[in-house]
Structure formats: structure tokens, C-alpha cells
Design a protein around this ligand. Structure first.
Ligand code: CP3
Length: 336
């Protein structure tokens, strides 16, 4: 996978899946009964085990660190809990006083268990398996911090961006710095490539997309390139649509992770040949399985033959996906 991320067109392409460690695996559910989600993220023994589960089962080419994008707001001092059936709940950040309570100086120490997890993983993983670190992009992390929970619209966040651009800009700047620092720490602890998840990038109009998605991502990429040259960076501006090629060009990421809605062949024509594409099978197709799964997976794979590609889904594995469908997908991608 590292060779593909460096721009080599491999055949068959390497494969891993977003949310490959998850509730669809019985061994994951068994661990779930033992500790809450935050404890699983912050206890290296558990996080190592959860990262390795899909590697043992499917020999994925990439192992993504078991953690969460919301560990950063928690490390900055914001309260965070994952509630059953509700997802993440944070103390909403709505004012300059709320912002002032965040403390970037806490992040390095609070995220030490994550780096310990990476150090152990880099010893335990087969050499051919690429260890991936990650973070949320500033905009998506800000969405959860301001809203205080998941949402379809993130109305409070988008309102703050428009009515108090100074405050919102300071939050984005703080997240940009902390994210770059945190990723440098992950790289030093063994992450061989990193991915930036911008799940809600597609909510923004073009002017705000440039300001809150492209510009901060470019700063993070520049910081990583200066501090740790050679690190491969994957960007995932979910639902960015026709803005995705501009994102790839202007941020300087090595790889563009495409969401389910993207026509990969069309994207491929809109970006430089050297840009690596990752994606983008619909997680519903994976859940459904059967001949459709094999046909659609191979259409994506075959359509990108000859250019650097990392096979993945367009979003995370759904929790009610039969584990044998994942095995069938990996087999369909690897069978040439
Ligand atoms: O991909 C992986 O397997 C690696 C680990 C990973 C998780 N979350 C584990 C997780 C990664 C890379 C993430 C990223 C993440 N987290 C994103 C961006 C990607 C995306 O899905 O759009 C976002 C928006 C989050 C925030 C988050 N974490 C939400 C909204 C939720 C609740 C919804 C849900 O699916 O439960 C989580 C919880 C979470 N993160 C779980 C896992 C395995 C489920 C928790 C559990 O098992 O109890």
C-alpha cells in the first residue's frame, strides 16, 4: 500500500476498508462488552487487539489505528462521551470563553496511549501491512465541538462560521495546529501514512469550503511535509462533489479518498495522473453482497487499472454487514 501511495500503479491494487474494525465482527462485539468506547481507544492492549482483528481475518494491506477523530477535542479538554444509540456527546463550544478553556498543551500527554498503541502495532504487524494513523480535519472536528453531538445539518456550526467568523476562524486555527502536532506524534510512533477525515466537508458552499476545508488542510500538509518529509497523506473530503479535484490539487495530499457518490473514472480525468485515488465502493453494496458486490467492486478496480489506486469503500463498513461479504470483497479485488 505504501508503494501505491507513493504513486505506483499496482495490479491488483492494495485494499483496506474504513471502519474495518467494527461491530460487524463478532470478536469486536465481544470486546465491546468489556469496556466503553473511550476506554477501548485509550487502552493500548485493547486498541492494538481491535486494530489487528480485521488484519487477522482478511490480511488487509492497511491497518488503521483503532481510535477516533474526537479524541482531539477530548485531549484539548472538552468533555466527551459516546452514548449508546446517540453517538458522541460533547459540551457544546459556543463562545470565546468556551474556546479559551481548551488547552493545546494537554494534547501530547493525553494522546500518549494512542502513540503507545502505534508503537506496539508497528512491532506486531507484518512488514507488508501499512500502519495508518489519522485525524479528523479541522472543519469536521469543529462540527462536533460546536454542535455538541452528531447532526445532519450542523446548523449551529455553520451559523457560527457565518455570524462570528473571527471566533470560528480561531477554533479552526487551533485545530489546525493541534492536528498537525498530533499527526507528527503519530508518525514518530510508527504511523507510515496518515488520513484526514473530513466527513462533513460537503456541507459547505465553495467560498467556505476553500476557507475552512482546503486552507487548513493545506497548512497541515505543509507542516507534515516540512517536519516529516516523505509521509504519505490521504485526504477524504466527503461529499465535496465537484470541489474534490480542487481540494486534491490545492491541499497537496498524496491521495484523494473518494466517497460513494464519486464517479472514479471521471475524477481520474480531472486530476493529475500522479494523484493516488482511494475508494469508493458503496458500503450498502458490501452489506448486500452477492454477484452485485463482485461486479461493482471489479468495475471500480478495473476502471482505474494503470493508475495508482488503493481500493476502499466510499464510507465506513456498516455494522450489520455479514463478515463473509468482507472476505468476498477482498477476494474479488485480489483475484486477477
Ligand atoms: O476505521 C476504523 O476502523 C478506525 C477507527 C475509526 C473510528 N472512527 C472508530 C469508531 C475511525 C477512523 C473513525 C473516524 C470517525 N469518527 C469519523 C470520520 C469518518 C466517518 O465515519 O465519517 C467520525 C465522523 C467519527 C465520530 C464518531 N465516532 C461517531 C459519529 C461515532 C458514533 C457513530 C457510530 O458509528 O457508532 C463514533 C463511534 C465509533 N468510532 C465507533 C468506532 C468503531 C463505534 C463505537 C462502538 O463500537 O461503540
Amino acid at each position: 500500500m505504501l508503494r501505491a501511495l507513493a504513486g505506483e500503479a499496482l495490479w491488483p491494487p492494495p485494499v483496506w476498508l474504513m471502519r474495518q474494525a467494527g461491530r460487524y465482527l463478532p470478536e469486536f462485539r465481544a470486546m465491546r462488552d468489556k469496556a466503553d468506547f473511550m476506554t477501548r481507544c485509550l487502552t493500548p492492549d485493547m486498541a492494538v487487539e481491535l486494530t489487528l482483528q480485521p488484519i487477522r481475518r482478511y490480511a488487509m494491506d492497511g491497518a488503521i489505528l483503532f481510535s477516533d477523530i474526537l479524541i482531539l477535542p477530548w485531549a484539548l479538554g472538552q468533555s466527551l462521551a459516546f452514548e449508546e444509540g446517540r453517538g458522541p456527546v460533547l459540551d457544546p463550544l459556543r463562545s470565546a470563553a468556551d474556546l479559551a478553556r481548551l488547552d493545546p498543551a494537554r494534547v501530547a500527554e493525553a494522546t500518549e496511549p494512542v502513540r503507545e498503541t502505534l508503537r506496539r502495532l508497528s512491532r506486531e504487524l507484518p512488514a507488508a501491512t501499512t500502519l495508518l494513523g489519522f485525524a479528523g480535519s479541522p472543519f469536521t472536528v469543529a462540527c462536533y465541538m460546536v454542535e455538541g453531538c452528531g447532526s445532519r445539518e450542523f446548523g449551529a456550526t455553520r451559523e457560527m462560521a457565518l455570524t462570528d467568523p473571527e471566533l470560528f476562524g480561531r477554533l479552526i486555527a487551533l485545530l489546525t495546529d493541534s492536528t498537525a502536532e498530533m499527526l507528527i506524534g503519530q508518525i514518530d510512533a510508527g504511523a507510515e501514512a496518515v488520513m484526514l477525515f473530513d466527513s462533513w466537508a460537503g456541507l459547505l458552499p465553495p467560498s467556505q469550503f476553500r476557507r475552512h476545508v482546503i486552507a487548513p488542510t493545506r497548512r497541515i500538509v505543509e507542516r507534515l511535509r516540512t517536519a516529516r518529509p516523505g509521509t504519505r497523506i490521504i485526504g477524504f473530503p466527503r461529499l465535496a462533489g465537484v470541489m474534490a479535484p480542487a481540494y486534491a490539487r490545492e491541499t497537496g495530499v498524496d491521495a484523494l479518498a473518494c466517497d460513494t457518490s464519486a464517479d472514479m473514472a471521471q475524477i481520474a480525468r480531472m486530476v493529475p495522473d500522479t494523484l493516488v485515488l482511494q475508494g469508493n465502493l458503496d458500503p450498502f453494496i458490501l452489506k448486500t453482497g452477492g454477484e452485485t458486490l463482485r461486479r461493482e467492486a471489479r468495475a471500480i478496480r478495473d476502471g482505474l487499472r494503470g493508475r495508482p489506486h488503493v481500493f476502499n469503500l466510499g464510507h465506513g463498513v456498516m455494522q450489520d454487514t455479514p463478515p463473509e461479504h468482507v472476505a468476498a470483497l477482498v477476494e474479488a479485488v485480489r483475484d486477477v
